[in-house]
Design a binder for this molecule. Structure first.
Ligand code: CTP
Ligand SMILES: C[C@](O)(CO)[C@H](O)COP(=O)(O)O
Length: 375
Protein backbone atom coordinates (compact mmCIF):
# COMPACT_ATOMS: atom_id res chain seq x y z
CA UNK A 1 0.00 0.00 0.00
CA UNK A 2 1.41 3.40 -0.98
CA UNK A 3 2.15 5.48 2.13
CA UNK A 4 3.07 9.15 2.52
CA UNK A 5 4.32 10.91 5.63
CA UNK A 6 3.60 14.60 6.18
CA UNK A 7 5.87 16.25 8.73
CA UNK A 8 4.56 19.69 9.68
CA UNK A 9 7.32 22.09 10.66
CA UNK A 10 6.12 25.51 9.56
CA UNK A 11 5.31 26.84 13.05
CA UNK A 12 7.11 29.67 14.78
CA UNK A 13 7.86 27.87 18.06
CA UNK A 14 6.87 30.94 20.08
CA UNK A 15 6.53 29.07 23.36
CA UNK A 16 9.96 27.43 23.06
CA UNK A 17 11.69 30.74 22.30
CA UNK A 18 15.30 30.82 21.05
CA UNK A 19 17.03 32.43 18.10
CA UNK A 20 15.43 30.00 15.63
CA UNK A 21 12.04 28.22 15.56
CA UNK A 22 12.30 25.01 17.63
CA UNK A 23 12.43 22.65 14.63
CA UNK A 24 15.73 24.26 13.57
CA UNK A 25 17.32 24.33 17.00
CA UNK A 26 20.04 21.80 17.76
CA UNK A 27 19.25 18.58 19.58
CA UNK A 28 22.16 16.17 20.18
CA UNK A 29 24.18 17.83 17.42
CA UNK A 30 21.48 17.95 14.72
CA UNK A 31 18.42 20.12 14.10
CA UNK A 32 15.26 18.75 15.72
CA UNK A 33 13.78 18.27 12.25
CA UNK A 34 16.66 16.00 11.17
CA UNK A 35 15.81 13.63 14.05
CA UNK A 36 12.13 13.65 13.09
CA UNK A 37 12.89 12.92 9.44
CA UNK A 38 15.23 10.06 10.38
CA UNK A 39 12.45 8.47 12.43
CA UNK A 40 10.33 8.09 9.28
CA UNK A 41 12.96 7.12 6.75
CA UNK A 42 11.80 4.04 4.85
CA UNK A 43 8.16 4.38 5.99
CA UNK A 44 6.97 6.08 2.80
CA UNK A 45 7.24 9.17 0.63
CA UNK A 46 8.03 12.09 2.98
CA UNK A 47 6.68 15.62 2.59
CA UNK A 48 8.09 18.22 4.98
CA UNK A 49 6.04 21.38 5.44
CA UNK A 50 8.14 24.47 6.12
CA UNK A 51 7.57 28.15 6.64
CA UNK A 52 7.91 29.90 3.22
CA UNK A 53 10.90 31.89 4.58
CA UNK A 54 12.72 28.69 5.53
CA UNK A 55 12.66 26.74 2.27
CA UNK A 56 16.39 27.32 1.59
CA UNK A 57 17.23 26.04 5.05
CA UNK A 58 15.08 23.01 4.28
CA UNK A 59 16.86 22.28 0.99
CA UNK A 60 20.23 22.46 2.78
CA UNK A 61 19.15 20.10 5.55
CA UNK A 62 16.92 17.65 3.74
CA UNK A 63 18.29 17.65 0.20
CA UNK A 64 16.58 14.99 -1.87
CA UNK A 65 15.37 13.00 1.15
CA UNK A 66 11.97 14.70 1.25
CA UNK A 67 9.64 16.79 -0.86
CA UNK A 68 9.29 20.29 0.57
CA UNK A 69 6.01 22.17 0.77
CA UNK A 70 5.25 25.69 1.98
CA UNK A 71 3.09 25.87 5.12
CA UNK A 72 0.19 28.09 6.05
CA UNK A 73 -0.88 30.37 8.88
CA UNK A 74 -2.14 27.53 11.08
CA UNK A 75 -1.15 23.90 11.60
CA UNK A 76 -4.34 22.80 9.82
CA UNK A 77 -3.49 25.03 6.84
CA UNK A 78 0.00 23.56 6.71
CA UNK A 79 -1.40 20.02 6.67
CA UNK A 80 -3.91 20.98 3.97
CA UNK A 81 -1.15 22.37 1.73
CA UNK A 82 0.74 19.07 1.93
CA UNK A 83 -2.39 16.99 1.30
CA UNK A 84 -3.16 19.09 -1.80
CA UNK A 85 0.42 18.60 -2.99
CA UNK A 86 -0.01 14.81 -2.68
CA UNK A 87 -3.41 14.78 -4.40
CA UNK A 88 -3.25 12.70 -7.58
CA UNK A 89 0.05 11.06 -6.64
CA UNK A 90 -1.49 7.64 -5.98
CA UNK A 91 -0.93 7.79 -2.21
CA UNK A 92 -3.41 5.55 -0.39
CA UNK A 93 -2.67 6.27 3.28
CA UNK A 94 -0.96 9.14 5.03
CA UNK A 95 0.69 9.69 8.39
CA UNK A 96 0.66 13.30 9.66
CA UNK A 97 3.32 14.09 12.25
CA UNK A 98 4.56 17.13 14.17
CA UNK A 99 8.12 18.07 13.25
CA UNK A 100 8.41 18.98 16.93
CA UNK A 101 8.11 15.32 18.04
CA UNK A 102 11.60 14.07 17.18
CA UNK A 103 11.60 11.03 19.48
CA UNK A 104 8.76 9.10 17.90
CA UNK A 105 9.67 5.40 17.81
CA UNK A 106 9.22 2.72 15.16
CA UNK A 107 6.84 0.98 17.60
CA UNK A 108 4.53 4.00 17.77
CA UNK A 109 4.62 4.44 13.98
CA UNK A 110 4.08 0.71 13.44
CA UNK A 111 1.11 0.71 15.83
CA UNK A 112 -0.63 3.39 13.77
CA UNK A 113 0.13 1.62 10.47
CA UNK A 114 -1.12 -1.72 11.84
CA UNK A 115 -4.38 -0.15 13.03
CA UNK A 116 -4.86 1.46 9.60
CA UNK A 117 -5.21 -2.02 8.16
CA UNK A 118 -8.62 -2.30 9.87
CA UNK A 119 -9.61 1.34 10.54
CA UNK A 120 -9.79 4.35 8.22
CA UNK A 121 -7.97 6.41 10.84
CA UNK A 122 -5.73 5.79 13.86
CA UNK A 123 -3.63 7.88 16.21
CA UNK A 124 -1.42 7.27 19.25
CA UNK A 125 -2.28 8.58 22.69
CA UNK A 126 -1.64 8.01 26.39
CA UNK A 127 -4.28 7.94 29.10
CA UNK A 128 -4.25 10.94 31.44
CA UNK A 129 -2.69 9.70 34.68
CA UNK A 130 -2.57 12.83 36.85
CA UNK A 131 -5.52 14.35 38.65
CA UNK A 132 -7.08 17.19 36.67
CA UNK A 133 -7.84 20.51 38.27
CA UNK A 134 -9.51 23.60 37.17
CA UNK A 135 -7.63 26.70 38.38
CA UNK A 136 -8.39 30.38 38.71
CA UNK A 137 -6.22 33.22 40.02
CA UNK A 138 -3.53 30.74 41.11
CA UNK A 139 -5.95 28.63 43.15
CA UNK A 140 -7.55 25.28 42.53
CA UNK A 141 -11.18 25.99 41.80
CA UNK A 142 -12.33 22.46 41.07
CA UNK A 143 -11.40 18.99 39.90
CA UNK A 144 -12.33 17.19 36.73
CA UNK A 145 -12.64 13.48 36.16
CA UNK A 146 -9.82 12.04 34.08
CA UNK A 147 -11.95 9.04 33.19
CA UNK A 148 -11.79 8.42 29.46
CA UNK A 149 -9.32 11.28 28.80
CA UNK A 150 -6.32 10.79 26.55
CA UNK A 151 -3.27 12.86 25.65
CA UNK A 152 -3.14 12.98 21.86
CA UNK A 153 0.10 12.40 19.96
CA UNK A 154 1.20 12.07 16.37
CA UNK A 155 1.67 10.50 13.81
CA UNK A 156 -2.03 10.47 13.09
CA UNK A 157 -2.82 8.10 10.22
CA UNK A 158 -5.64 8.24 7.68
CA UNK A 159 -6.99 6.93 4.46
CA UNK A 160 -5.62 9.59 2.10
CA UNK A 161 -8.73 10.46 0.11
CA UNK A 162 -10.87 10.62 3.27
CA UNK A 163 -8.60 13.02 5.17
CA UNK A 164 -8.08 15.20 2.08
CA UNK A 165 -11.84 15.55 1.73
CA UNK A 166 -12.22 16.19 5.48
CA UNK A 167 -9.58 18.95 5.42
CA UNK A 168 -11.15 20.58 2.36
CA UNK A 169 -14.45 20.72 4.23
CA UNK A 170 -12.98 21.91 7.57
CA UNK A 171 -12.01 25.54 7.16
CA UNK A 172 -11.79 26.50 10.85
CA UNK A 173 -8.91 25.90 13.28
CA UNK A 174 -8.49 22.38 14.68
CA UNK A 175 -6.42 20.97 17.55
CA UNK A 176 -5.21 18.18 15.29
CA UNK A 177 -6.13 16.08 12.27
CA UNK A 178 -8.18 13.69 14.40
CA UNK A 179 -10.53 16.60 15.13
CA UNK A 180 -10.79 17.29 11.39
CA UNK A 181 -11.44 13.60 10.67
CA UNK A 182 -14.09 13.27 13.38
CA UNK A 183 -15.86 16.37 12.13
CA UNK A 184 -16.20 14.51 8.83
CA UNK A 185 -17.64 11.45 10.59
CA UNK A 186 -14.48 9.32 10.41
CA UNK A 187 -13.99 6.94 13.37
CA UNK A 188 -10.46 7.07 14.80
CA UNK A 189 -8.79 4.15 16.60
CA UNK A 190 -6.52 4.93 19.57
CA UNK A 191 -3.12 3.22 19.40
CA UNK A 192 -0.29 2.96 21.91
CA UNK A 193 1.54 6.27 22.43
CA UNK A 194 4.80 6.76 24.28
CA UNK A 195 6.03 9.18 26.97
CA UNK A 196 9.16 9.69 24.83
CA UNK A 197 7.02 10.89 21.92
CA UNK A 198 6.40 14.25 23.56
CA UNK A 199 6.15 17.46 21.61
CA UNK A 200 8.96 19.97 22.15
CA UNK A 201 6.90 22.96 23.24
CA UNK A 202 8.89 24.85 25.90
CA UNK A 203 12.63 25.60 26.19
CA UNK A 204 13.08 23.03 28.98
CA UNK A 205 11.81 20.25 26.68
CA UNK A 206 15.14 20.35 24.84
CA UNK A 207 17.01 19.17 27.94
CA UNK A 208 14.53 16.30 28.38
CA UNK A 209 14.96 15.25 24.74
CA UNK A 210 18.78 15.46 25.05
CA UNK A 211 18.66 13.21 28.13
CA UNK A 212 16.52 10.64 26.32
CA UNK A 213 18.69 10.64 23.21
CA UNK A 214 21.83 10.33 25.36
CA UNK A 215 20.31 7.32 27.13
CA UNK A 216 19.08 5.66 23.95
CA UNK A 217 21.99 6.26 21.64
CA UNK A 218 23.71 3.16 20.32
CA UNK A 219 27.04 4.09 18.73
CA UNK A 220 28.93 1.36 16.87
CA UNK A 221 32.44 1.44 15.46
CA UNK A 222 33.29 -0.84 12.54
CA UNK A 223 36.65 -1.70 11.07
CA UNK A 224 37.44 -3.27 7.68
CA UNK A 225 40.67 -4.41 6.03
CA UNK A 226 41.19 -5.81 2.55
CA UNK A 227 44.01 -6.64 0.15
CA UNK A 228 44.03 -7.34 -3.60
CA UNK A 229 47.06 -8.39 -5.65
CA UNK A 230 48.03 -6.78 -8.93
CA UNK A 231 47.75 -8.55 -12.25
CA UNK A 232 48.10 -7.44 -15.84
CA UNK A 233 45.85 -4.58 -16.88
CA UNK A 234 45.57 -0.87 -17.50
CA UNK A 235 43.40 0.48 -14.66
CA UNK A 236 42.21 -0.13 -11.12
CA UNK A 237 38.81 0.59 -9.55
CA UNK A 238 39.19 2.27 -6.17
CA UNK A 239 36.22 3.51 -4.11
CA UNK A 240 34.12 3.34 -7.27
CA UNK A 241 36.47 5.44 -9.40
CA UNK A 242 38.35 4.09 -12.44
CA UNK A 243 42.00 5.12 -12.07
CA UNK A 244 44.36 4.56 -15.02
CA UNK A 245 47.37 2.43 -13.99
CA UNK A 246 49.86 0.05 -15.59
CA UNK A 247 48.41 -2.88 -13.58
CA UNK A 248 44.93 -4.06 -12.59
CA UNK A 249 43.70 -5.54 -9.32
CA UNK A 250 42.87 -9.22 -9.28
CA UNK A 251 39.62 -10.40 -7.71
CA UNK A 252 36.39 -12.28 -8.10
CA UNK A 253 34.43 -9.00 -8.33
CA UNK A 254 35.82 -5.70 -9.66
CA UNK A 255 38.47 -5.94 -6.87
CA UNK A 256 37.64 -2.50 -5.44
CA UNK A 257 39.75 -2.93 -2.34
CA UNK A 258 38.67 0.41 -0.77
CA UNK A 259 34.98 -0.28 -1.17
CA UNK A 260 35.41 -3.81 0.17
CA UNK A 261 37.15 -2.52 3.31
CA UNK A 262 34.33 -0.01 3.87
CA UNK A 263 31.64 -2.63 3.27
CA UNK A 264 33.32 -4.94 5.80
CA UNK A 265 33.54 -2.06 8.29
CA UNK A 266 29.75 -1.60 8.10
CA UNK A 267 29.09 -5.34 8.42
CA UNK A 268 31.55 -5.38 11.33
CA UNK A 269 29.75 -2.59 13.17
CA UNK A 270 26.51 -4.55 12.76
CA UNK A 271 28.21 -7.82 13.85
CA UNK A 272 27.09 -9.21 10.49
CA UNK A 273 30.24 -10.97 9.37
CA UNK A 274 31.88 -9.82 6.17
CA UNK A 275 31.30 -9.53 2.41
CA UNK A 276 32.11 -13.22 1.89
CA UNK A 277 29.19 -14.21 4.12
CA UNK A 278 26.67 -12.11 2.17
CA UNK A 279 28.19 -12.53 -1.31
CA UNK A 280 30.12 -15.86 -1.35
CA UNK A 281 33.07 -15.83 -3.80
CA UNK A 282 32.03 -19.39 -4.74
CA UNK A 283 28.81 -17.93 -6.24
CA UNK A 284 29.42 -17.25 -9.98
CA UNK A 285 26.80 -14.47 -10.07
CA UNK A 286 29.26 -12.11 -8.26
CA UNK A 287 32.06 -12.68 -10.80
CA UNK A 288 33.13 -9.27 -12.06
CA UNK A 289 30.35 -7.62 -10.03
CA UNK A 290 30.53 -3.89 -9.31
CA UNK A 291 31.37 -3.56 -5.61
CA UNK A 292 28.68 -0.89 -5.34
CA UNK A 293 26.25 -3.81 -4.93
CA UNK A 294 28.03 -4.94 -1.75
CA UNK A 295 28.33 -1.46 -0.24
CA UNK A 296 24.71 -0.64 -1.03
CA UNK A 297 23.62 -3.89 0.66
CA UNK A 298 25.63 -3.13 3.82
CA UNK A 299 24.33 0.47 4.00
CA UNK A 300 20.72 -0.70 3.56
CA UNK A 301 21.20 -3.36 6.24
CA UNK A 302 22.42 -0.66 8.66
CA UNK A 303 19.40 1.47 7.77
CA UNK A 304 17.02 -1.44 8.27
CA UNK A 305 18.51 -1.98 11.74
CA UNK A 306 17.80 1.69 12.54
CA UNK A 307 21.39 2.95 12.22
CA UNK A 308 22.59 5.94 10.29
CA UNK A 309 26.20 6.23 9.19
CA UNK A 310 27.97 8.92 11.21
CA UNK A 311 31.21 9.10 9.26
CA UNK A 312 33.56 7.07 7.10
CA UNK A 313 37.35 7.03 6.91
CA UNK A 314 39.08 4.97 4.18
CA UNK A 315 42.85 4.69 3.84
CA UNK A 316 44.36 3.17 0.70
CA UNK A 317 47.89 1.82 1.10
CA UNK A 318 49.95 1.77 -2.11
CA UNK A 319 52.99 3.34 -3.72
CA UNK A 320 51.13 3.83 -7.01
CA UNK A 321 48.76 4.93 -8.49
CA UNK A 322 48.66 8.34 -6.80
CA UNK A 323 45.36 8.63 -4.96
CA UNK A 324 45.34 12.34 -4.09
CA UNK A 325 44.03 13.59 -7.47
CA UNK A 326 41.11 11.12 -7.27
CA UNK A 327 40.30 11.27 -3.54
CA UNK A 328 37.52 13.86 -3.97
CA UNK A 329 35.80 11.86 -6.70
CA UNK A 330 36.10 8.71 -4.57
CA UNK A 331 34.49 10.43 -1.57
CA UNK A 332 31.67 11.70 -3.81
CA UNK A 333 31.06 8.23 -5.20
CA UNK A 334 30.94 6.65 -1.73
CA UNK A 335 28.64 9.49 -0.62
CA UNK A 336 26.26 8.77 -3.49
CA UNK A 337 26.09 5.06 -2.75
CA UNK A 338 25.57 5.25 1.00
CA UNK A 339 23.54 8.48 0.98
CA UNK A 340 25.86 10.43 3.27
CA UNK A 341 27.03 14.02 2.88
CA UNK A 342 30.58 14.10 1.40
CA UNK A 343 31.79 16.18 4.35
CA UNK A 344 31.43 13.04 6.50
CA UNK A 345 33.55 10.89 4.19
CA UNK A 346 37.32 10.80 4.15
CA UNK A 347 39.36 8.99 1.50
CA UNK A 348 43.09 9.25 1.98
CA UNK A 349 46.20 7.28 1.09
CA UNK A 350 49.61 6.42 2.37
CA UNK A 351 52.59 4.56 1.00
CA UNK A 352 54.31 1.93 3.13
CA UNK A 353 57.71 3.50 2.44
CA UNK A 354 58.49 0.75 -0.10
CA UNK A 355 58.28 -1.86 2.68
CA UNK A 356 56.27 -5.07 2.51
CA UNK A 357 53.97 -6.26 -0.29
CA UNK A 358 52.44 -2.83 -0.89
CA UNK A 359 55.93 -1.31 -0.94
CA UNK A 360 57.03 -3.84 -3.54
CA UNK A 361 53.91 -2.93 -5.55
CA UNK A 362 52.52 -6.46 -5.43
CA UNK A 363 49.08 -5.21 -4.50
CA UNK A 364 46.99 -2.58 -2.72
CA UNK A 365 45.68 -2.74 0.86
CA UNK A 366 42.86 -0.69 2.33
CA UNK A 367 41.59 -0.06 5.83
CA UNK A 368 38.27 1.57 6.66
CA UNK A 369 36.54 2.77 9.79
CA UNK A 370 32.88 3.65 10.10
CA UNK A 371 30.60 4.84 12.87
CA UNK A 372 26.97 3.78 12.99
CA UNK A 373 24.55 5.70 15.18
CA UNK A 374 21.11 4.71 16.39
CA UNK A 375 19.17 7.33 18.36
N1 CTP B 1 1.28 27.25 10.88
C1 CTP B 1 1.79 26.16 11.43
C2 CTP B 1 1.79 25.95 12.82
C3 CTP B 1 2.37 24.82 13.34
N2 CTP B 1 2.95 23.92 12.52
C4 CTP B 1 3.62 22.73 13.07
O1 CTP B 1 2.73 21.99 13.86
C5 CTP B 1 3.46 21.29 14.89
C6 CTP B 1 2.77 21.42 16.23
O2 CTP B 1 2.58 22.76 16.54
P1 CTP B 1 3.17 23.56 17.80
O3 CTP B 1 3.88 22.70 18.73
O4 CTP B 1 2.08 24.41 18.32
O5 CTP B 1 4.30 24.44 17.06
P2 CTP B 1 4.42 25.99 16.89
O6 CTP B 1 3.17 26.54 16.29
O7 CTP B 1 5.69 26.18 16.13
O8 CTP B 1 4.64 26.47 18.40
P3 CTP B 1 4.07 27.74 19.16
O9 CTP B 1 2.58 27.52 19.25
O10 CTP B 1 4.77 27.70 20.48
O11 CTP B 1 4.43 28.95 18.33
C7 CTP B 1 4.87 21.86 14.88
O12 CTP B 1 5.75 20.90 14.39
C8 CTP B 1 4.76 23.08 14.01
O13 CTP B 1 5.94 23.40 13.30
C9 CTP B 1 2.93 24.12 11.15
O14 CTP B 1 3.45 23.32 10.40
N3 CTP B 1 2.34 25.24 10.63
C1 LIG C 1 -1.33 17.67 16.95
C2 LIG C 1 -0.90 17.74 18.39
O1 LIG C 1 0.48 17.46 18.48
C3 LIG C 1 -1.62 16.65 19.15
O2 LIG C 1 -1.21 16.61 20.46
C4 LIG C 1 -1.13 19.10 18.98
O3 LIG C 1 -2.48 19.33 19.08
C5 LIG C 1 -0.47 20.21 18.16
O4 LIG C 1 0.18 21.12 18.95
P1 LIG C 1 -0.47 22.42 19.65
O5 LIG C 1 0.50 22.74 20.75
O6 LIG C 1 -1.80 22.02 20.17
O7 LIG C 1 -0.50 23.45 18.59
Amino acid sequence: MSTAVIIVAAGRGTRAGGALPKQWQTLAGRPVLAHTLAAFEGVGRIVVVLHPDEMDRGVALLGGRAVLCAGGETRAASVRNALELLDGSGVERVLIHDGARPLVSRDVIGGVLDALASYGAAAPALPVSDALWHGEDGEVSGTRSREGLWRAQTPQGFDFEAILKAHRAHRTEAADDVEVARAAGIAVAITQGSEDNFKITYAEDFARAERLIGGQMDIRLGHGYDVHAFEEGDHVILCGVRVPHDRALKGHSDADVGMHALTDAIYGALAEGDIGRHFPPSDPQWKGAASEIFLDHAAKLADARGFRIGNVDVTLICERPKIGPHAGAMASELARIIGLEPARISVKATTSEQLGFTGREEGIAAIATVTLIKE
